[in-house]
Design a binder for this molecule. Structure first.
Ligand SMILES: Cc1cc2nc3c(=O)[nH]c(=O)nc-3n(C[C@H](O)[C@H](O)[C@H](O)COP(=O)(O)OP(=O)(O)OC[C@H]3O[C@@H](n4cnc5c(N)ncnc54)[C@H](O)[C@@H]3O)c2cc1C
Length: 383
């Protein structure tokens, strides 16, 4: 067993931490208030190699190991949760396009994605299909060497600002999950409209809905082959779920550190409140849980780096990391007293942000279904 990061990984962590401290923390509240997509920070993250973490070097990517990508998620999560979503997007979209897109799509889009010039979203959820994603209804019908897309996607991170989207559509109405195909769709195609959400948190990534009205997509914009879309994205989630756990954990870690500082400085009943066990014990409990959850995520990424199965572990990271982060940040907010409830401190924004990660990429219930299905047996799944 070896729990140490390599010297290169430690150095990368320091670089990302400096970037987070200098560029993200000072601007995070303003992006949130203005629902402003942080275009410059997105490009800076690209320059650090974060967007192209798992894109092959021939397309300008870093070809990084997954543990190093996890370090980005944890460190960026300390500074701004919207920007931390770009780490997850980089991992998911970079992987899907590198592994499954046609050479034409790869050559045209990957170098620009890696450089932070374009934003690419993932459009799976529909108004009538979220947890039950295999039941999606957006239709793709073949017409010569093109497909024609009709339907609606909703709740898409960066939906309002993205330049292209990986859109999951039904190509075979009678084939369930095997009738779902992934398409790479540039957003400037005629027939696409979008609206934006007024969200509780993650306001800088401007989530939104996408409407497709007879949108034509060339057949070579299919990712891999027809009918494989659902399985491609589920495999991608085995990576993104560990990153997502880490970004929430990073956010909670920073909040605990800020709170430690606060309770040393704040006095009540003639002494620093850090002296009261009612204050110090929740901090001790938070540190214990974060330590356990963090190593669970890094172990999952280590399994992926070593080509070992990690579907169960990724589902564990995804439900437990966000859950304890929400509980811990809530507790830390209370330790700030009434100040924690104002926007003078970043705690309230962080709480709003991490709640979103309890839902995105699969709810806790869905992750527990995965864990139960893979351990108790497929014949006992509820669907
Ligand atoms: C911040 C954020 C970002 C997101 N980004 C994206 C994105 O980029 N792309 C994208 O495609 N989607 C995205 N989503 C959508 C997200 O993936 C879905 O919201 C999620 O999968 C849940 O689907 P739903 O909202 O339709 O809830 P539903 O499926 O309607 O579920 C409602 C409730 O019922 C529970 N439930 C459902 N089925 C079961 C069951 N069998 N057993 C027990 N409980 C069950 C759920 O856990 C949940 O609590 C995002 C969501 C959020 C909040």
């Amino acid at each position: 067993m070896d729990f140490a990061f390599t010297p290169e990984q430690e150095m990368f962590r320091k670089t990302v931490r400096d970037f987070t401290d200098n560029e993200l923390k000072p601007q995070s509240a303003q992006w949130d208030k203005n629902e402003e997509f942080p275009r410059e920070a997105y490009k800076q993250m690209a320059r650090l190699g974060i967007l192209g973490a798992n894109v092959p070097q021939k397309f300008g990517g870093m070809g990084m190991d997954c543990i190093t990508a996890g370090i980005s998620a944890e460190e960026i999560g300390r500074g701004d949760m919207s920007c931390a979503q770009f780490v997850v997007m980089g991992g998911l979209m970079g992987g899907l396009i590198s592994e499954h897109a046609s050479p034409r799509v790869q050559e045209e889009w990957l170098p620009r994605f890696v450089e932070g010039e374009v934003v690419i979203s993932l459009a799976l959820t529909e108004p009538g299909a979220g947890s039950d994603a295999a039941n999606l209804q957006l239709k793709a019908e073949k017409d010569g060497d093109q497909f024609v897309l009709n339907g609606e996607k909703t709740s898409i991170t960066t939906g309002y600002v993205c330049d292209a989207s990986i859109v999951f559509a039904r190509t075979d109405p009678s084939a369930g999950a095997r009738g779902v195909t992934a398409f790479f769709v540039p957003m400037d195609q005629p027939g696409i409209e979008r609206t934006k959400f007024n969200d509780l948190g993650h306001r800088a990534v401007v989530r939104g809905s996408l409407f497709f009205d007879n949108v034509r997509v060339p057949a070579d914009h299919i990712l891999s082959v027809e009918g494989q879309g659902f399985y491609q994205v589920m495999k991608g989630f085995d990576f993104s779920r560990a990153l997502l756990g880490l970004m929430c954990i990073g956010c909670a870690e920073q909040t605990v550190e800020d709170t430690i500082q606060y309770v040393k400085e704040r006095s009540a009943f003639g002494r620093p409140i850090a002296k009261f066990e009612g204050v110090s014990f929740p901090i001790a409990e938070a540190l214990t849980m974060l330590d356990a959850a963090k190593w669970q995520c890094y172990r999952t990424l280590w399994l992926k780096d070593n080509n070992l199965p990690h579907t169960i572990e990724a589902a564990m990271c995804k439900w437990w990391g966000p859950k304890i982060s929400v509980d811990i940040i809530h507790e830390m907010l209370l330790l700030h007293g009434h100040y924690g409830y104002t926007d003078e401190f970043p705690v309230e924004q962080r709480l709003r942000d991490v709640i979103g990660m309890e839902i995105g990429d699969g709810t806790a219930q869905v992750c527990k279904i995965v864990i139960a299905r893979e351990t108790i047996g497929k014949e006992y799944r509820p669907y």
